[in-house]
Write a protein that binds this ligand. Structure first.
Ligand code: KIV
Ligand code: ZN
Length: 517
């Protein structure tokens, strides 16, 4: 049976980054971009260059670095946005622009306040303008699924004539159903006379939990490109989870005759990197990559799996790169073996960073018998993040007193970015609050805790603790993460990491501005 190749368009760094509370700096975005390249996505949308200086710099850095994947950036249908996108993307191996304008009555009337004729004119003019520079232009009809199909057919024919090479019909508000979305693409293919000159793309949001099913319905109706994000992150309920689309097509290749170019065994690593950097952890029962996706709890299931894994397991963990995560390196492991392991994650460290990582690994082996891949990965990611701050707050020491009959009190000693050591003590309703109150007293910036999470890395009573916080720093939301053997130390590290990430942003670029679309 011959399989048709479906292109994967990853928008984790653009639509995914629009998730509430997510803010990645440009080096974190580059780290994700490199992993997406290893995963084998065909196209990655690195950001929205005109939306902020930070986005511009990140898109440019990614376009200049990534060579095996086509890099694109989003733009509104204005000359300014297109020019800015060109400046960011001109160094890419294959500069590609993603232009969008809304086509639904509700968006045209209330948001854009322009007529359908003006929407056609603006789209055609800006596709022609962009064509002077970009060889590849994707044009998206925002809110396509609530647009009039005849209007869509009319505008699509014109933007193809103007030079668009890909037509994307997004389900912007996650409103459509598989049958309806499939019919819409069928209608467009039947009605638009020049449709064979372009590729069709789908882009689904998950408000009704149908983003993946809708994407596959689109593929069954002639769409050759699927857009989405890893872990399904994105605004509101998120986007179609690309790992689910790719694995569904693979596992049901008896039914669907499509495949993707994704290296499926890079899925778990991609998912882990993105959840660690964004702070958006996937739920345990998430399809494909959730912690429980391969766990069998009931006795009947366990018995069946022991007799033959296929009784209850349609996907093997190995297919998506989930290893058994058993003992990997221990007390006696050498620098060489450690370096090989770090390289196998696909993460590049400088000699100094590697030295520091090895030292922390050795410290960990003093307390933890079984050091897993996850532990090493956590150490390495922490070092990469810390390395970005030129000057930063550093925790020198801390002590927390807690007892049911006493008032929780934390004493913290902290080194400021200017190299001064400060110390004070504060109380709180619990240990973490006492610690955070003390830190916030010592730190100059205006701080407010917005969110706090604590997880264990892997299992076992000696597992590393990983904390994730969201802080408002001088009114700007910033994520921070930290790990340590102890939960309070991990919590303190996460808090300081959010402050330090804010400082890094201030050192390089202005914060993300809100863009009016
Ligand atoms: O959901 C959407 O409509 C989008 C467009 C910008 C393509 O993300
Ligand atoms: Zn979207």
């Amino acid at each position: 049976m011959s399989m048709s190749r479906i292109k994967i368009f990853d928008t984790t760094l653009r639509d995914g980054e629009q998730s509430p509370g997510v803010n990645l700096n440009k080096l974190e975005k580059l780290e994700i971009a490199k992993q997406l390249e290893r995963l084998g996505v065909d196209i990655m949308e690195a950001g929205f260059p005109a939306s902020s200086k930070g986005d511009f710099q990140a898109v440019k850095l990614i376009a200049d670095t990534i060579k095996d994947t086509s890099v694109t950036g989003l733009a509104r249908t204005t000359k300014g946005d297109i020019d800015t996108a060109w400046e960011a993307l001109k160094g890419a191996a294959e500069p590609r622009l993603h232009l969008f304008l809304a086509t639904s009555p509700i968006h045209m009337t209330y948001k854009l306040k322009i007529t359908p004729e003006q929407v056609i004119e603006q789209s055609v003019n800006m596709v022609s303008y962009a064509k002077q520079r970009f060889p590849q232009i994707e044009w998206s009809a925002e809110d396509a699924t609530r647009s009039d199909w005849n209007f869509l057919a009319q505008i699509i024919e014109k933007v193809i004539d103007a030079g668009a090479t890909v037509i994307n019909l997004p389900d912007t508000v996650g409103y459509t159903t598989p049958a309806e979305y499939g019919k819409m693409f069928h209608f467009i293919r039947e009605t638009v006379p020049n449709i064979d000159r372009v590729s069709l793309s789908c882009h689904c949001h998950d408000d009704l939990g149908m983003a993946v099913a809708n994407s596959i319905a689109a593929v069954e109706n002639g769409v050759t490109q699927v857009e989405g994000t890893i872990n399904g992150i994105g605004e509101r309920a998120g986007n179609a989870a690309l790992e689910e689309v790719a694995v569904a097509l693979k596992i049901r290749s008896d039914y669907y005759q499509y495949d993707t170019g994704l290296k499926l065994d890079e899925i778990k690593r991609s998912s882990d990197l993105i959840s660690k950097l964004t702070g958006m952890y996937v739920q345990a029962n998430k399809a494909i990559i959730g912690r429980n996706a391969f766990a069998h709890e009931s006795g009947i299931h366990q018995d069946g799996v022991l007799k033959n894994t296929e009784t209850y397991e349609i996907i093997t963990p190995e297919l998506v790169g989930v290893n058994s995560n058993t003992l990997f390196l221990g007390k006696h492991s050498g620098r060489h073996a450690f370096k090989d392991k770090v390289e196998s994650f696909g993460i590049e460290l400088t000699d100094d960073q590697l030295k520091e990582a090895f030292q922390r690994f050795k410290q960990l082996t003093d307390h933890k018998k079984e050091v897993t891949d996850d532990d090493i990965y956590t150490i390495v990611m922490e070092i990469k993040t810390e390395a970005q701050a030129v000057s930063k707050y550093e925790l020198k020491s801390f002590q927390v007193q807690y007892g049911q009959a006493t008032i929780p009190t934390a004493t913290v000693s902290l080194v400021t970015p200017q190299g001064k050591t400060l110390q004070t003590a504060c109380t709180g309703k619990g240990s973490v609050e006492a610690l955070y109150n003390t830190l916030s007293t010592l730190i100059e910036e205006e701080l407010k805790l917005l969110d706090y999470q604590l997880n264990s890395v892997g299992g076992g009573k000696d597992a590393l603790a990983e904390s994730h916080v969201q802080l408002s720093v001088n009114g700007e939301a910033m994520n921070g993460r930290g790990s340590a053997q102890d939960v309070l130390e991990a919590s303190a590290n996460a808090y300081l990491n959010a402050v330090n990430r804010y400082i890094i942003t201030k050192q390089s670029v202005k914060p993300k501005e809100v863009v009016k679309q």
